[in-house]
Design a protein around this ligand. Structure first.
Ligand code: CUA
Length: 339
C-alpha cells in the first residue's frame, strides 16, 4: 500500500473510532454505581468496550477503504493478482489480539480479587427469598428482620442468601452484581455501598406467578443513621405497646408492599385492602380476629374475590414468633375497626 493510502485508512479509523466512542460514553447505558464493586465492574465493562470499539473501527475502516479503493470496473472480469500470505501482517494480527485478551484477563482477575476482599468490621445480613418476597435479617442485632435492605455507607456487607422454595436471584442494579438463591445451598455476595440513596431490589430469576412483584428496596444510609434505625427497630419490635409492636411487625415483614392500611401509611394494591378487614371477615363468615390470624398463617384458606391465590407467602405462621403474630393480629384488628 502506498503511504497516502495508509494515511487515509488511519484517518477514517480515527474518525469512526471517535464517533463510536462518543455514542458509547455520552449516552447513559448503565445505572450510576452505588457500590465500590459496581464501580470496578463498570471499569472492566468500559475497558473491554473500548478495545472492541478500537478493533471494530480498524476492521470497518479497512473494509470501507478497500470497497472504494479496489472496486473492479463493471466490465473487468480478469482474475486478481495471485497473493500468498504476508508473514509480517500475520505476526502483527496474532500479537495484537493476544496482548488485548491477556490485558482483559489480568484486569478482570484484579477486579474479581478486589471485589471479594472483605474490609474489616463486616456487617452480616441474612437474605431470605421466597415466593414472592424478600426479607432481610441482621444476625449481629438479634436477628432483627426488615422488609427493606438498610445498609450503612462505606462498610463491607456480606449477604448470606437462602431460599425457602425455588431459585430466585438477588439484584440491585446500582450495586452491579447478581446472586442466585438456590434450594439447599447457601450463597454469598459481598457489597460495599458507597452512595446514599434508595435503590430497587429486583428478583431476576423467573420464579413463578408473582415474579414481577418480587421487589423490595435497598436504602444506603449514613452509618450513624443506620445505627439509630437498628436501635429504634429493636426497641419497637419488643415494645409492650401492642400498636407499636404490631406496626413494627407489619412494616418489617413487607406487608405494606402489597396491602393498603391507613394506620401504617401503606398503599399497596397487590393484595386485599386491610382497612376493609371487617367486611372481609363478614364475607368469609368468620370472627374478625380468627379470620385475620388465618389469613396471615394460611392465606389460601380464604382468598378474597378478585385477588389471585398463591401470591402471599404461606410461611408467616412459622417465620413470625407467636408474640409477633399476636401483636400483628391485634394491630390489624384495631386498625381496621378504626378504618
Ligand atoms: Cu423470585 Cu423471581
Amino acid at each position: 500500500m502506498r503511504r497516502g493510502s495508509v494515511l487515509t485508512l488511519v484517518a477514517i479509523g480515527v474518525v469512526a473510532g471517535g464517533l463510536a466512542t462518543a455514542v458509547a460514553v455520552l449516552l447513559p447505558w448503565l445505572p450510576t454505581p452505588a457500590s465500590r464493586e459496581a464501580g470496578r465492574i463498570d471499569f472492566v465493562i468500559w475497558f473491554v468496550i473500548g478495545i472492541c470499539i478500537f478493533v471494530f473501527a480498524v476492521v470497518i475502516a479497512a473494509l470501507l477503504y478497500s470497497i472504494v479503493r479496489f472496486r473492479a470496473a463493471p466490465d473487468d472480469e480478469s482474475d486478481g493478482p495471485p497473493i500468498h500470505g504476508h508473514t509480517k501482517l500475520e505476526i502483527v494480527w496474532t500479537i495484537i489480539p493476544t496482548l488485548l485478551v491477556t490485558a482483559i484477563g489480568i484486569v478482570s482477575a484484579v477486579v474479581l480479587a478486589q471485589n471479594d476482599a472483605q474490609g474489616s468490621n463486616v456487617l452480616h445480613v441474612d437474605v431470605t427469598a421466597q415466593q414472592f418476597a424478600w426479607s432481610f435479617s441482621y444476625p449481629d442485632s438479634g436477628n432483627l428482620t426488615s422488609a427493606t435492605l438498610r445498609l450503612p455507607k462505606d462498610r463491607s456487607v456480606l449477604l448470606t442468601l437462602h431460599t425457602k422454595d425455588v431459585i430466585h436471584s438477588f439484584w440491585v442494579p446500582e450495586f452491579g452484581q447478581k446472586q442466585d438463591t438456590v434450594p439447599g445451598l447457601t450463597t454469598t455476595l459481598h457489597i460495599t455501598p458507597d452512595r446514599l440513596g434508595t435503590f430497587p431490589v429486583v428478583c431476576t430469576e423467573l420464579c413463578g406467578l408473582g415474579h414481577a412483584l418480587m421487589r423490595s428496596t435497598a436504602v444506603v444510609m449514613e452509618p450513624a443513621a443506620f445505627q439509630k434505625w437498628i436501635a429504634g427497630q429493636t426497641k419497637a419490635t419488643s415494645s409492650p405497646n401492642p400498636a407499636t409492636a404490631g406496626n413494627a411487625v407489619f412494616t418489617n415483614n413487607g406487608c405494606a408492599n402489597c396491602h393498603t392500611l391507613t394506620a401504617a401509611g401503606a398503599t399497596g394494591k397487590v393484595g386485599p385492602d386491610l382497612d376493609k378487614l371487617v367486611q372481609e371477615a363478614k364475607q368469609a363468615g368468620k370472627p374478625l380476629a380468627a379470620f385475620v390470624k388465618q389469613s396471615i398463617t394460611d392465606p389460601s384458606a380464604y382468598v378474597a374475590p378478585g385477588y389471585p391465590d398463591h401470591i402471599m407467602p404461606s410461611t408467616f405462621g412459622s417465620s413470625l414468633s407467636p408474640q409477633q403474630l399476636d401483636a400483628l393480629v391485634s394491630y390489624l384488628v384495631s386498625s381496621s375497626k378504626k378504618g
